[in-house]
Write a protein that binds this ligand. Structure first.
Ligand code: BEZ
Length: 214
């Protein structure tokens, strides 16, 4: 089983999807990406998850994130199920779903965990930066649907910390204070954070969230 780690390059692939044959890197272009697997079509938790992702289209677009889903079911199954998702979740599925019948992509990304289920994928998520490095992974079992607000929160943190020398504290949400990276000296922090900062301990300095890309 593949063991992709943070910082590894996300493997590229060609795949049959509900939106035609797609090359993953071409699809991502210069955007951030999310590749996520679900165990099976026509199942209740997966139906709510894919409906939620479709309904979050504007949130992903605002953050320049392209989304691609995967299951090991076939194209005809995906097409029929998408109709069900649209009807029951009051949405229009607006991202490709890979039909990974030969498990090529699942194996490439280690999405099958044999001790959980030796044929179906678990609920994996890979967040991929524009340079194609893997920035976050998570793995949930089939019985637990993912929290896509948490995924949006993580993307906000990843994007903020990619462009600023800060990190985000426990339960941080967009707009709240952040911590200054330990590698930044106080002299540098004075220049880098014009809104100022509060030194609670020498290693714990809080500052208002910087503007993205500053
Ligand atoms: C579901 O999506 O509801 C589901 C899929 C596989 C196993 C258990 C639940």
């Amino acid at each position: 089983m593949s063991e992709l780690k943070l910082g590894d390059k996300a493997p590229n692939f060609d795949a049959e999807t509900s939106e035609g044959k797609i090359n993953f890197y071409d699809y991502l272009g210069d955007s951030w990406g999310i590749l996520f697997s679900h165990p099976a079509d026509y199942t209740p938790v997966c139906t709510t998850e894919l409906g939620t992702v479709a309904n979050y289209k504007a949130k992903f677009e605002k953050r320049n994130v392209k989304v691609m889903a995967l299951s090991v079911d076939g194209l005809e199954s995906h097409k029929g199920w998408i109709k069900d998702i649209n009807e029951t979740q009051n949405t229009t599925v607006n991202f490709p779903i890979i039909a990974d019948e030969d498990r090529k992509v699942s194996d490439l990304y280690g999405m099958i965990h044999p001790k959980a289920d030796d044929t179906l994928t678990v609920r994996s998520v890979f967040v991929i930066a524009p340079d194609k490095s893997i920035k976050m992974t998570l793995t949930y079992p089939a019985s637990t649907g993912r929290n896509f607000d948490e995924l949006i929160r993580v993307i906000d943190s990843l994007q903020l910390t990619a462009y600023n020398k800060v990190a985000t504290p426990a339960n941080w949400k967009n707009g709240e204070d952040v911590v200054i990276s330990p590698s930044v000296s106080n002299e540098e922090a004075d220049k880098m954070f014009p809104k100022g900062y509060k030194e609670i301990r020498p290693y714990l300095r809080m500052t208002p969230e910087p503007e993205l890309n500053n």
